[in-house]
Design a protein around this ligand. Structure first.
Ligand code: SF4
Length: 285
């Protein structure tokens, strides 16, 4: 019985949070060449290049690499010096070493194939906790969370969580994300979180009004960003307009304060409800 209740709460969480993320990604997700392939070698290359580098900067080197070195074997035999020259103008020199030593290990230990397990991926030079998870999910469909600093910030805001170290290894975040991943579409969920974080959930100025998960986000529902978005000039001009009305029509003051109390009560209830809802989502995970 308890299990049944837990399952139905989990389904509610998937419906309310995960499905909007996946739906938004299906319609608005960013398009990069490594997102249009299931080739595990290509995805492995892309994830090494993408570490701490803007995705737009990686497109050119990625396309050149897969054209010049179409397999792990070809790349494992490349000259480190040549590859370094390639990458130097992009500031990615260390990636040249990692790519070659990574593909050498793939050849010697994994028969030329990108390993599927997270543990094996983590032994490859150049892949960290996040990028190994990305390869496991995007190349092999593994139901594992991919949490970087931006999607971690998003989840912390949605569920009102305090940071516990870097997002990629924050166990609490990883557990929440894992519980929210729908079995049938880990890719859409993980990439959706990344892209929503990139499009809306900026460090200083999150755009909660337009965010597709604003309705269930604890941060947004506490009205912080909405209040920040109301220009103070606009607020003061509205205030003086109201004072003028009250001077001319004193009875309006009574009516207005009643309305305001009602509005405040509604706002309070709404915030309470939403906070409870965020806590509810959190406790089921
Ligand atoms: S509603 Fe705002 S704080 Fe919440 S996830 Fe969206 S942008 Fe981030």
């Amino acid at each position: 019985m308890i299990e049944l209740a837990r399952l139905s709460r989990k389904k509610a969480a998937l419906d309310c949070f995960s499905q909007p993320v996946i739906q938004w990604f299906a319609n608005n997700g960013r398009d990069f060449p490594w997102r249009n392939t299931k080739n595990s070698y290509h995805i492995f290359l892309a994830e090494i290049l993408l570490r701490q580098t803007q995705a737009e900067r990686v497109v050119g080197p990625y396309l050149r690499l897969i054209e010049r070195y179409p397999t792990s074997e070809a790349l494992s035999r490349a000259s480190v010096g040549n590859l370094r020259k390639w990458f130097r103008p992009l500031g990615l020199v260390r990636r040249a070493d990692q790519l070659i030593s990574g593909t050498k290990l793939i050849m010697s230990k994994h028969g030329g194939l990108i390993p599927r397990s997270l543990d094996a991926l983590l032994t490859l030079p150049g892949l960290g906790e996040y990028s190994a998870r990305a390869v496991a999910c995007l190349a092999f469909g593994a139901k594992v969370p991919m949490i970087d600093e931006s999607s971690g910030r998003l989840l912390r805001r949605v569920f009102n969580l305090e940071p516990r170290g870097p997002a990629y290894c924050d166990r609490q975040l990883l557990e929440i994300a894992e519980a929210l991943i729908p079995a049938e579409n880990a890719r859409g969920f993980n990439l959706g979180l990344l892209d929503i974080a990139s499009a809306y959930c900026h460090h200083n100025t999150p755009n909660c009004l337009d965010c597709p998960i604003g309705k269930i986000c604890s941060y947004s529902l506490n009205c912080t960003s909405v209040a920040e978005k109301t220009p103070s000039k606009l607020q003061s001009s509205r205030r003086s307009a109201r004072i003028n009305v009250f001077k001319q029509h004193p009875r309006a003051l009574h009516k207005s304060s009643q309305e305001r109390d009602t509005r405040l009560n509604l706002l309070h209830l709404e915030t309470e409800f939403r906070n409870t809802y965020a806590r509810f989502l959190f406790t089921i995970l």
